[in-house]
Ligand binder design. Sequence first.
Ligand code: F3S
Length: 373
Amino acid sequence: MHLTKEEERLLDSENETISECMRILVTLGKFFDADRLIDIKSAHISGISYANIKDEGLEWLKSLKARFKVPTTINPAGMDMERWREMGIDHNFYLKQKEIIETFKRLGAETLLTCTPYYIKKVEFGEHIAWSESSAVVYANSILGAMTNKESGISALAAAIIGKTPNYGLHIKENRMPTILVKVKGDLSAAGYIAGESLSNEVPYFVFDRKVAKWELKLLGASLASTGNVSMFHAEGITPEWRDFEKPKEKIEIEGKLDFDCDPDLIAIGCPHVSDDELKLILDLIGEKRVKKELWIFTSRDIVNRNRKIVEKIERLGAKVFCDTCIVVSTACEKYDCVLVNSGKALHYLPKLRGVEVSFSDLKRCLEVATDG
Ligand code: F3S
């Protein structure tokens, strides 16, 4: 891999954080046969919940002696930073999580605490970025037309400090070519969950039998990336690069229908974090009904701040809208027996990471269950 004189100098820097970050990028680049490092416009770092990184991760973060060179955002934390008591989070966990966030601030991050930073910060078509958080990676590549590989939390952090990433994978246009045509009907989140199980390392080209909303594509991508190693898809007539390549010859059909059933004592929406449109839709779907079961909706604080009235109405009906965190990275749902979700990603990770049973329905049905009691 070719390194410029400046990059060689960074590799040998006396600042151990800089040389270590360069070593991470160079090792990654050599492994994937990258020809060089390229400049990035932004970085997004996942895995920042204290439940994930514990004391060891926190100490490592505190030992870093550098600042992020490009605008850098971070994923949800282990709790709502204001309503953590309501979530049943203990004081020690709160203090540790706060320290992690303050450490990221010192490094220069914008602490948005969301997996949907693209609802807050503009991402341009064709720009190179280095993001971890698989759901955001699929969204950025597929729907925004930005270019990123699925980074780990560590490689995204190294890229943020150096301001560069190795040039391979989805940073190269020809690797974004669709490899299989997938006809989809039914729920998109369920379809992504099913498709991911058989489509590892593919770039699917989706054809839908109806008009679909962007937030449904977000759920599709998040599911796809959790059950399969998929970081990009095209959607005919919708995504910005769908016309750039030949249509794949190989075809499959998928019906988005899942059969997971338990009697939910908690309903969770917002994996990935809900958008402005989803918040409005949730309020419309609840209508005038009262929420009778525990209903948690997750989004970023920025989205809540710009939808204050809608959030107040949703909460008056009996639901809770939490910020900064999510159903999977927080331990708050562990005291429940069965969590009903509309997200294939949450369906995939909740039993593994939080040890709870899960049930799945589309958004409309989830809200009916919450209001019917
Ligand atoms: Fe986001 Fe948490 Fe789901 S980080 S994609 S809401 S698991």
